[in-house]
Design a binder for this molecule. Structure first.
Ligand code: UDP
Length: 264
């Protein structure tokens, strides 16, 4: 099969031209970055796990009426997505203080917030993704007031749904980041959830012990990063074949191939 044309390479993913116009293939790498890419490492198997976790969350969210860019998972590291125009805003929803809000406002990590708080960051690596307000977003035209309304409402719906979903898996959703895109179909423009949702973009703590299972294991040098991500996948019930899949390459082992061919 000919190599697909590379459209864009980010820190943790690569986007390739899709098989049909209006589609892209999203490839999950093992690269991990933090602190505006000042810290970098390869975490073997992270891409395979994030591909599966993000697929699962996008499908569950679609079931409850959140429109997404996700079409289907193609293989261990790739998924087919609809091409959208990414809105250059990272939408963060917080339930419990951690990370930058703890530092900025002096609130101890782990303090429950009085209510869920939505924040916006302008996606610009050179500026270090600064915190911005709705005023900046609409004044500079990054998103229109109705688009921003949609993003705000969708972010809160995603938070409500995922809080319950993770709670059922024994995990506390501390905070997360999502991105949205504009999808045009038949001349109608719609805001849809894009990018990925994974332990790279969520903080997830054990509901009783507060053990960390997300990218903070990498940020804080706690070790066991891939084990944390694998635990999230296991608790969500989406990793049945983990023991027969090579997390390094994403290639299935002979056992899985035999199993899947014998089903046909
Ligand atoms: N986040 C992300 N990408 C970013 C910045 C933040 O996915 O570029 C996620 C992060 O993993 C956390 C939430 O957004 O779940 C809030 O992050 P925070 O503002 O606390 O920044 P951090 O201290 O993690 O850099």
């Amino acid at each position: 099969m000919p190599r697909r044309r590379r459209i864009y390479e980010g820190k943790a993913k690569v986007l390739f031209e899709g098989p049909e116009p209006g589609t892209l293939v999203q490839y999950f790498k093992d690269d991990a970055t933090a602190f505006n890419a000042q810290k970098h490492a390869l975490i073997e198997g992270k891409g395979v796990l994030n591909n599966r976790i993000s697929e699962y969350l996008m499908l569950r969210l679609a079931e409850v009426g959140v429109p997404t860019h996700f079409v289907k998972r193609l293989n261990m590291r790739e998924q087919l997505i609809r091409q959208v125009e990414i809105i250059p805003i990272e939408v963060v929803v917080r339930n419990v203080a951690a990370g930058s809000i703890s530092k900025r406002l002096g609130i101890a990590e782990g303090t429950p917030l009085p209510r869920s708080i939505v924040e916006y960051y302008y996606k610009d690596d050179a500026l270090g993704d600064p915190l911005v307000t709705e005023e900046h977003i609409t004044a500079f035209g990054w998103a229109s007031p109705p688009d921003l309304d949609d993003m705000f409402n969708m972010a809160l719906r995603i938070n409500d749904y995922m809080t319950g979903l993770f709670m059922g898996a024994g995990l506390k959703l501390i905070d997360f980041k999502v991105e949205f895109g504009r999808l045009v179909t038949d001349d109608v423009e719609q805001i849809v959830l894009a990018d990925e949702i994974s332990p790279d973009s969520c903080r997830l703590w054990d509901i009783t012990t507060n053990e960390i299972f997300d990218k903070d294991r990498f940020r804080k040098d706690l070790g066991g990063v891939v084990e944390g991500y694998r635990e999230v996948a296991r608790r969500l019930g989406i990793l049945q074949e983990a023991n027969v899949t090579d997390l390094k390459t994403g290639e299935p082992h002979a056992a899985e191939v035999e199993e899947s061919t014998s089903e046909k």
